[in-house]
Ligand binder design. Structure first.
Ligand code: AMP
Ligand code: GLY
Length: 427
């Protein structure tokens, strides 16, 4: 069948790579795509905001399945529009995507259904939020309620910092995402991500990963969309995965179904593994970026079969098998990221860097200008490798990084440090 994939980041290049390898895929289109995705698909200039244009494209090109990569079109109801027009679509409905689209919605759902998460309060005015922070004290976490591209979370070490964050959010720093503020207790522990596929009723675990959100080595500096990731997450051993599924993900899927908003698609739980066990930090209604890249490197089964099962109500009938190796992804970003960056610098050496069989380079913000690859965004390339250990995958990934000629780019040099440290500990 013909498949349309919506998105243009590293996550979508990894999905395009996996989807195009499926025996179920006759032809893959990506909208809008990037230079890397153009190597495995036909890129088309469609705006995800224009639901009618997407539907028209599906009608004209005999599309049998649509996969929506990023959160914004899902929160905006693209999956509903496509489904209503008769196109099978992977990705939750607008109501179900509230799990990512509104932090307050998710916190209230957790409270109603006893799902472990940090203590919190929601506020729609500055004075009440300030008074709450005064009483609670610091450290404390201040969040804009809506989608803010990973930037709407402020980990305040002092009451003053929390106050500044509250004022900034209510004065429109994050636009409509900041009409409401969620203030929560700061959880302490190790962070990990657990992914699950749900068809609305059934749910099955789909791998674990850990990412590095801070821009600098040693997990320092500003928060980013993610500077690297690895899978599996050592802290998510079988017992911890089972607990997180039983205590967090399964009750969420049941609650969403019971409340008339069945969740179909991939659910990404950001967890904190605390002394008490796993607690939910946040949900995302899509794959993580760059977590998706390492999951696709390790997945043995056909991704299209799994995605179709989530749409068809048969996710309990499919198996998910993984390669034994660990996968690691190093993000290369343009100088200045996560602040403003210059576009248009030239990148070379990608073919040589991607030569080893266990290395894949996924593009994020790139564009091809007469066959020359140019940087066209903040996060630009994802250098991924498989290895027998996280340490081995890390070595291979950085060998590939060193073959890339891009003076205007940078990366972190310690992706996977926590897992590598664990591996190196005498047992
Ligand atoms: P979010 O966008 O909600 O994932 O938050 C971004 C990052 O902020 C998370 O990956 C955590 O590192 C951190 N964070 C968010 N909420 C909390 C919390 N309640 N306690 C500790 N860390 C948090
Ligand atoms: N890497 C974090 C995210 O995709 O939200």
């Amino acid at each position: 069948m013909n498949i349309l994939l919506i998105g243009s980041g590293g996550r979508e290049h990894a999905l395009a790579w996996a989807i195009s390898a499926s025996s179920l895929c006759t032809k893959l289109y990506c909208a809008p795509g990037n230079a890397g995705m153009a190597e495995v698909s036909d890129c088309v200039a469609l705006l995800a905001e224009d639901h009618q244009a997407v539907i028209g494209f599906c009608q004209d090109n005999d599309i049998g399945f649509v996969v929506v990569g990023p959160e914004a079109p899902l929160v905006d109801g693209l999956a509903d529009s496509l489904t209503d027009a008769g196109f099978k679509t992977f990705g939750p409905s607008r109501l179900a995507a509230q799990l990512e689209g509104s932090k307050g919605f998710t916190k209230d759902l957790c409270q109603r259904h006893n799902i472990p998460t940090a203590a919190y309060c929601r506020f729609s005015n500055e004075a009440d939020a300030m008074a709450y922070v005064q009483v609670q004290g610091a450290p404390i976490v201040v969040k804009a309620d809506g989608l803010a591209a990973g930037k709407g979370v402020i980990m305040a070490e002092t009451v003053e910092e929390a106050g500044t964050a509250i004022t900034e959010i209510f004065s429109g720093k994050f636009g409509d995402a900041g009409i409401e503020v969620v203030i929560e207790e700061m959880l302490v522990g190790e962070e990990a991500s657990l992914f699950a596929f749900s068809d609305g009723t059934h749910v099955t675990a789909f791998g674990t990963a850990q990412d590095h959100k801070r821009v600098g080595d040693g997990d320092t500096g500003l928060n980013t969309g993610g500077m690297g990731a690895y899978s599996p997450a050592p802290v998510m051993d079988e017992a911890m995965c089972e607990r997180a599924m039983a205590e967090i993900i399964e009750p969420t899927i049941k609650a969403m179904a019971d409340e008339g908003m069945p969740y179909r698609g991939v659910l990404y739980a950001g967890l904190m593994i605390t002394d008490k066990g796993p607690e939910l930090i946040e949900y995302n209604c899509r794959f993580g970026d760059p977590e998706c890249q390492v999951l696709m490197m390790r997945l043995k089964d056909d991704i299209v079969t799994l995605m179709l099962a989530a749409c068809d109500g048969t996710i309990d009938k499919v198996s998910v098998r993984w390669r034994d190796e660990a996968a690691l992804c190093v993000v290369m970003a343009a100088a200045g990221y996560p602040g403003s960056v210059e576009k248009g610098s030239q990148i070379s050496g990608l073919e040589v860097a991607a030569e080893p069989g266990d290395v894949e380079i996924f593009h994020a913000g790139t564009k091809a200008v007469e066959k020359v690859i140019q940087a066209n965004g903040g996060r630009v390339l994802n250098i991924c490798a498989l290895g027998d250990t996280v340490g081995a995958a890390q070595r291979l990934a950085y060998e590939a990084v060193s073959k890339i000629d891009w003076p205007e780019g940078f990366c972190r040099w310690d992706i996977g440090w926590r897992a590598v440290e664990r591996e190196n500990q005498p047992s």
